[in-house]
Write a protein that binds this ligand. Sequence first.
Ligand code: PRX
Length: 688
Amino acid sequence: MSADSKAVYSPPNKVVSISHCSSMEQYRRMYEKSIQDPEGFWGEIAKSFHFEQETTGKFCDYNFDPSKGRIFIKWLEGAKTNICYNCLDRHIEAGKGDQIAFYWEGNDPADRRQLTYADILRDVCKMANVLKGYGVAKGHRVAIYMPMIPELVVAMLAVARIGAVHSIVFGGYSSESLAERMIDAQASILITSDAVWRGTKLVHLKDIADGALEICKQKDLDVKKSIVVKHLCRVTAPQSAANGVANGNPSKKTHFDDKGQYKVGWKEGRDVWWEDVMKDAKSDCHAVWMDAEDPLFMLYTSGSTGKPKGVLHTVGGYMLYSATTFKYSFDYHPGDIYFCTADIGWITGHSYVTYGPLLNGATSVLFEGVPTYPHTGRFWEIVEMCKVNKFYTAPTAIRALMKFGDEPVKKYNLSSLSVLGSVGEPINPEAWMWYYRVVGNSDVSIVDTFWQTETGGHVITPLPGATPAKPGSACYPFFGVDVALLDEEGKEISGEGEGYLVFRRPWPGIMRTVYGNHERFETTYFKKFPGYYCTGDGARRDADGYIWVTGRIDDMLNVSGHLLSTAQVESALVEHEAVAEAAAVARPHHVKGECLYCFVYLAEGFEFNPKLAAELKGKVREKIGPFATPDYLQATSVGLPKTRSGKIMRRILRKVAVGDKEFGDISTLADPSIVDVLFQSRILDGKA
Ligand code: PRX
């Protein structure tokens, strides 16, 4: 099925007729207001939330230009609120305590739970009291490393309730990555779980977390408590694991005792079971009133130096922005059933599994599993079962499922669906069309939402009831987002054109700093183009004003929607004694969007063979996590293409990786002959 990229798809009537924003005229009016009068626009929205104290200072104040002093962004100065109170207490006080907040769907379809708003508040208060008992107070950092279970939502809200700062680390990261993030955040408490099934794979979370705590200890970080949810015993193991041999998991034997119970390592005094500490905890706990600009959470994202950046978001602006984008981008209405497949360990899960939906009093699906287990129709089975009408996933998942054809989708009744969202990477028009026609039965709005960990919420997105969508385009800016495209000299491009995607002013959800390193925040986002926030992405504006995000223009790549820096991968590879130098580049991949193609220059005396290749891949898994494993490793005996000043020219390596001989000007290379040698020995498809 080929997609017509010039086609425009108008929102269906069923969406338009009830939409919060039901025409482009209305969008333009609201957008104008948000830009001309931010205080009036956001001030009106703020009225739906509980503020213990109204704004006393400036509604919005900022500096985006380093030559005028430090970069800063402030919204709602002087206002006091608590996001957990707004997610839970506010709705319960309005009589919605018995409403389902989450349908929890386990990895195995037999494992299901339902949680009401009142259930969550009770558990949040208990956990908040437990944390207080361990000395956690306002501003302290709490690390969370958990599977997609209700306790993860409870943990983050409990932290927010008492004014502490959560730092959630995705459960696919390695011990070293978790430790690095905990040390940077100086987190004194960790909340984790024993283990989790992801499809047929058993992920030993506590083992990995224990490894991280060991590293923390060596680096003088004293983690006082590790709170562990006992999860595995309450879920159904995959069939393949039932007879004692976990599928492809040789460690199974050592992790289960004679009775089939999962065993974990235990450190008395430090480790406590979640269930034990919750038992006697009091089920009421005051929400701490926070200044709007107090930190809410930090979330690490890849940085081009290889060291992750702790992106810091604050309470007030993030609350308004995650709630408002959720309401308008998905056109949320009471009674909707919403399902976002993202893991809470990423920003999408923060803003659109936890905060956005709960702030709107929504009912959502919280899904523990993977799209292909126990069958490739798992997403659609859940959509049918829960009558989901708003669904949000990543292009990489769509492409992976497309491979199985239409039949696993068509088996289910998906007529409840009205809005389908996409996030994390550019969506290719073919995947867009399949999503629209096969999943959406050509009777839905597709919202291709562009945003970043740093932006807190959607910044460029269609609105389901208003925007005629073009497959592959994120369309127009969200309210309050002032987009510009710049050329290499920093000059604004007006009308049609392509350039650096930047924003002229802050919206409430933008990050405020890099935790512990404000200078890095200034350098990364504001130095290249003073006066603008620079996304690091390129974009094109077409004749109708639609924005087409073309991808990263810095040394970052996006594997299955996970942002990685080339430096991060290279520094993992060079840790192996066999590697003298390494260079990582992106190569297009039919499912992952991009995958890693790595060049390694071996040290004297080493020979490239399958064993070494496996060790090198293992090194990347150990340092970062399995999702970062290179698909291609090419050894070179002649070195890497460098300029005379010693800079590796990745532009050339990207061409080698895709087999494109149009290298352009290579005269600046110290040794241009290297290029031909690399090209001759490049890895062809299927030879990885
Ligand atoms: O390159 C853009 C890509 O993902 C990057 C942000 O990654 P991260 O901070 O991990 O957040 C991902 C989830 C919001 C961006 O700089 N990206 C994200 N969404 C899109 C996208 N690229 C194109 N289209 C999108 N809809």
